[in-house]
Design a protein around this ligand. Structure first.
Ligand SMILES: Cc1cc2nc3c(=O)[nH]c(=O)nc-3n(C[C@H](O)[C@H](O)[C@H](O)COP(=O)(O)OP(=O)(O)OC[C@H]3O[C@@H](n4cnc5c(N)ncnc54)[C@H](O)[C@@H]3O)c2cc1C
Length: 383
């Protein structure tokens, strides 16, 4: 049989693609290498109003995750090199695994063929695509790359090059923790705690939280796990089985669609580079794909939707991340932090373009000169 689409990967992007495409009547097959299509992360998603996304795109995104919300978060409390302040920003802590599993099941009810524990190996272009996996071969008109960081599908469109400066490694756990205000997420920026990124405490109620940190692969000087162990010991949390996962923070890939191949979520570099959040774009890109396949020129349509709804925040986030890299590497950020307006920091971290964007854009031009200062590149190897 020939499927309309073969979706590679069943994380937030792949599960959303299977759900939205099946809803529109497409016959899809989902290939996921893990036996269980789930894993935890910070499990935080912004409200569509915080992202400035309205209309059917915003409501489709929101309806996708809303049944899995465990806690509403109304504020972000920042601690940046010892300076503390708060901003209002609406978001949610969600049950990510339940969301992914439920959406895959719904897609299956609508006819999707879901294969867990099966790895994509390669593809060949015949009249349609022939997809070779660890267990067999399948035929499909479209191939959807939802296979995350170091996507094999993206290699067909964008090659293999990865700059270590564009990669973070992050560790999440869920733990018992008494939190003062369950509606407030805490982000801690400190070179000693989380070089080049930040540590987080995301309440899931008043006595549980998702706790973790991200660190930039090019800025660390010790074993990545030791940063997480140190942070947990400060909080008095004991944890075993800590596992890090890579986060692409280099922005959008060059080509998101070509010749019947489409890239979604992390496979397309859709993580906001200044905060590491990518669940929202994984879901939104899947919805945009489902709309695009109705067009006569789906690749062009999808690319134009990505440019309209996703590209802007990724470009702004990359500019902010690079400006922060410059200030960090020159040792200026820590000294200047008391002088910087709060709104500049919150703009940069949430990744939305604001009044300080032009200034930070100028600072970001120095980024190529700052590269390679500090950190140890060998401490973090890409698997
Ligand atoms: C520790 C950590 C914390 C994070 N916290 C947050 C957060 O709080 N909020 C937020 O918005 N974002 C967060 N992120 C980022 C977020 O997890 C990703 O942006 C999101 O998971 C992207 O979804 P995805 O489906 O595109 O990719 P993934 O979740 O990476 O899913 C890709 C899937 O493809 C499968 N796959 C890969 N290769 C193959 C293959 N060859 N064959 C078959 N299957 C394959 C993988 O097994 C995986 O299931 C965090 C990331 C990390 C690492």
């Amino acid at each position: 049989m020939i499927y309309d689409a073969a979706i590679i990967g069943a994380g937030p992007a792949g599960s959303a693609a299977s759900f939205f495409l099946s809803q529109r009547g497409y016959k899809v097959i989902v290939i996921e290498r893990s036996r269980k299509a789930s894993s935890i992360c910070g499990e935080y998603v912004p409200d569509p109003s915080s992202l400035g996304i309205e209309g059917e795109v915003g409501s489709s995104y929101s309806e996708f995750f809303k049944p899995f919300v465990v806690n509403e978060l109304r504020r972000i409390s920042f601690k940046i090199f010892g300076r503390s302040f708060k901003v209002d920003y609406l978001g949610y802590s969600i049950k990510r695994s339940e969301m992914v599993e439920d959406r895959l099941e719904r897609a299956q009810d609508l006819g999707a063929d879901v294969r867990l524990g099966e790895s994509f190996i390669t593809l060949e272009r015949e009249e349609v695509y022939k997809i070779l996996t660890s267990k067999g071969e399948y035929f499909a008109r479209y191939v959807i790359g939802a296979d995350g960081f170091l996507s094999r599908i993206s290699r067909f469109l964008n090659g293999e090059k990865v700059d270590l400066d564009d990669v973070s490694i992050a560790f999440p756990i869920e733990a018992e923790l008494k939190v003062e205000d369950p509606s407030e997420m805490k982000l801690i920026f400190d070179e000693e705690v989380a070089p080049g990124a930040y540590a987080w405490i995301i309440p899931r109620g008043d006595s549980r939280a998702n706790v973790g940190l991200g660190i930039r692969c090019s800025m660390i000087t010790m074993n990545p796990l030791d940063y997480m162990r140190k942070f947990l010991s400060i909080l008095g949390i004991e944890a075993r089985d800590l596992r890090g996962r890579f986060v692409p923070v280099g922005g959008l890939v060059k080509r998101v669609a070509e010749d019947g191949i489409f890239l979604l979520g992390d496979a397309a570099g859709m993580v906001i580079p200044s905060n590491g959040g990518g669940i929202h774009n994984a879901i939104i890109s899947a919805y945009l794909l489902s709309k695009s396949l109705e067009s006569e020129l789906p690749e062009e349509k999808y690319t134009s939707y990505v440019n309209r709804y996703i590209r802007g925040d990724l470009e702004a986030g990359l500019t902010y991340r690079r400006a922060a890299d410059v200030l960090l590497r020159l040792g200026i950020l820590k000294k200047m932090i008391g002088l910087l307006p709060r709104s500049m920091a919150s703009e940069a971290i949430t990744g939305r373009r604001g009044k300080y964007y032009p200034l930070l854009k100028i600072v970001s031009y120095l980024y190529p000169l700052s590269k390679g200062r500090g950190g140890s590149r060998s401490a973090c190897r890409l698997a």
